[in-house]
Ligand binder design. Sequence first.
Ligand code: 5GP
Ligand code: 5GP
Length: 224
Amino acid sequence: MRTAASLCLPILFLLAAVSSTQAYDFFYFVLQWPGSYCDTKQSCCYPSSGKPEADFGIHGLWPNNNDGSYPSNCDSSKPFDESKIRGLLSSLQSDWPTLACPSNDGTNFWAHEWEKHGTCAESVFDEYRYFKTALDLKTQLNLLQPLQSAGIQPDGGSYSLQSIKNAIEESVGYAPYIECNGDESGNSQLYQVYLCVDSSGSQLIECPIFPRGKCNSQIEFPSF
Ligand code: 5GP
Ligand code: 5GP
């Protein structure tokens, strides 16, 4: 006669195998406001392709767990290979510009994001798909537009954090997490916007957990 254990064990092994192929639960898609990267004490450098457009730029697509932890640098055997993303270069330059110093063409930033975050989602993305998915998400979200329609302009003015969240939620359908940093005088300002994407990278979802950290209730939206 077969015992309960003999029936359950194969199922448990199967479950373990399925869960081990996916070492994360969802993605954060993170966009940065260039004005807020640049007006800090540390300042910034424009990429060699020139000053980016006054728009949100991509920071990264980051695998994350529901408990807030996240994997990183998962596969050193898949270093960034520029030849795989040749067809995306002009989109990457305009939509994923680097602002770090010294001035460079962006390859360092893209390589860092692929190696630290992208290699942790290899079960869904190869390098090309990782970058293409992020570029398509940025186009789909088109974040500046709903903010401007709500009268929230990158003009150095002060806006309520809630009004920023509301404008984005109304347009996207999900509440964003807003990360602030400080300008040179220490004013709290809109630095990064986080939205969440399901583990297959195919659709936006409600964020299972938000990162820690708080903005002031009124924040600056600097020009760029
Ligand atoms: P910071 O310490 O500046 O907030 O973050 C430094 C880097 O750590 C980020 O650029 C990102 O690579 C990673 N990181 C920080 N917070 C999170 C998080 O909540 N989830 C994931 N997946 N990565 C994070
Ligand atoms: P994280 O580990 O925070 O995902 O990635 C941040 C790393 O990318 C840092 O080493 C930072 O110097 C580099 N980096 C290059 N360009 C940029 C940029 O435009 N914005 C940010 N936040 N980091 C950049």
